[in-house]
Design a binder for this molecule. Structure first.
Ligand SMILES: [Zn+2]
Length: 418
């Protein structure tokens, strides 16, 4: 183990004065391999930088242009291992600057070393961080841009439909509406998650609620357009959406609860969260599995099958990135800004939704005649009741778990189990 002074950049008084920001001048040695070296975390713990990592001025992510002081003394070396108190490594929270080192443990992401925002950022700083390269920037944009794309598709579909008289299309609009909600909630969660520890949890509670709402929207669309011939008007068909409502409520509760285990039992936390998303998805997909792998009936043998297959494959890929934390786990520090697993997960989820939408639209068009003749569609009050039940119970869950954040003493919530 080599303890290293990191001459990545030359910095003014910022660190030494512990309060006064100073000007920073990136040095010529912008990228320097640090294998086997250690850095000081804000918690005071020293940690080894993984093999292949490099510490760069860009990697450190401090917005130097915003750190200006009359007391600047350019030319001084920054020693990343100096035993300064952890909080002195943080720039003031009002700035959009990102951290020089790792934030408190609850903010840590596996394999991500740099680019964290200040853990007590203001709302303005969070919004401005959309335009500053941090390890969350692409997480935000990979859902914010698709949100507008799905809104555009939704509005376009609405504009060419006689909504009042075309009850056959109502399930589609429920689905398209929920497909706009979850990318928006996700981009908001990633934007404002650095305001505080509790704000981070609450942001993601809302994100999970939105994902589960989308899961219900998918079930309503599948029930209306994609269910195989042999399942139409069966007990399964009758129970399918009511049980999807129940799943969304349970899943929101389980995924919110998993956040309370994030620091103490990260393995169990991850397992519960994957389970919380996997089982409603599996329930929703049972009609599609039947279509893909069994004999679905004549009307369900159509071109939509290919889009359903692509959707399944893309969802599997998304699950892989979400749970495996690859590629950043293999090369910590290399993918902090671009290419880490959560960004890839976001991209795969959006592509999966796009393919799912294509499949549902094809089914809606190609099976219209058969479905109108044989199926028993959900009525408008049934769909409204399903969505309202999901919203009421999911929000109740979110409020309950948000209140619990303030009831539980912080050391209990954030301490690492030994
Ligand atoms: Zn996300």
């Amino acid at each position: 183990m080599t303890r290293v002074s990191v001459p990545v950049w030359e910095c003014g008084d910022w660190l030494d004065s512990q309060r006064e920001p100073g000007s920073c001048v990136p040095s010529s040695s912008r990228s320097r391999p640090l294998e086997g070296h250690e850095i000081l975390e804000p918690t005071g713990r020293r940690r080894e930088v993984g093999e292949g990592s490099s510490l760069t001025a860009q990697g450190l992510g401090v917005s130097c242009s915003r750190l200006q002081s009359s007391s600047a003394q350019p030319g001084r070396k920054l020693d990343a291992t100096r035993a300064v108190p952890p909080e002195t490594l943080w720039p003031p929270s009002g700035l959009t600057s990102v951290l020089l080192s790792l934030p408190p443990q609850v903010f840590h992401e596996q394999g991500i070393l740099f680019g964290y925002r200040h853990p007590q950022s203001s709302a303005t700083a969070c919004v401005l961080s959309l335009f500053q390269m941090t390890n969350e920037t692409l997480n935000i944009w990979t859902h914010l841009l698709p949100f507008w794309f799905f809104v555009w598709r939704f509005v376009t579909a609405l504009s060419v439909t006689d909504i009042q008289n075309d009850s056959y299309s109502w399930p589609l609009f429920v689905y398209m509406g929920t497909s706009c909600v979850y990318p928006f909630a996700s981009s908001c969660a990633h934007t404002f998650s650095s305001m505080s520890k509790n704000a981070r949890h609450i942001c993601y509670f809302l994100d999970y609620g939105a994902v589960n709402l989308f899961s219900l929207g998918s079930a309503i669309a599948y029930s209306a357009y994609s269910i195989p011939d042999v399942m139409v008007r069966t007990a399964f068909h009758d129970c399918y959406v009511p049980l999807a409502v129940l799943n969304t409520i349970l899943s929101t509760g389980l995924s919110c609860y998993s956040r309370f285990l994030e620091v103490q039992k990260p393995g169990l936390c991850k397992m519960l969260r994957v389970l919380a998303f996997a089982y409603p998805y599996t329930w929703d997909s049972l009609p599609i599995f039947y279509r893909l792998f069994l004999l679905p009936g004549e009307s369900a043998q159509n071109e939509a099958i290919l889009s359903h297959q692509k959707h399944m494959a893309m969802t599997l890929l998304a699950s892989f990135f979400y749970s495996a934390h690859l590629p950043e786990r293999l090369a910590p520090g290399r993918f902090d800004y671009i290419g880490h697993s959560h960004q890839l997960f976001h991209v795969c989820v959006i592509l999966a939704t796009h393919m799912q939408m294509e499949a549902i639209l094809l089914d809606k068009t190609l099976r219209k005649e058969w479905l109108l003749a044989h199926s028993r569609p959900l009525s408008f009050p049934q769909m409204v009741a399903a969505i309202l039940l999901c919203l009421v119970f999911s929000f109740s869950n979110i409020i309950y778990f948000s209140a619990a954040l303030y009831r539980i003493p912080e050391p209990e919530l954030h301490k690492k189990e030994t």
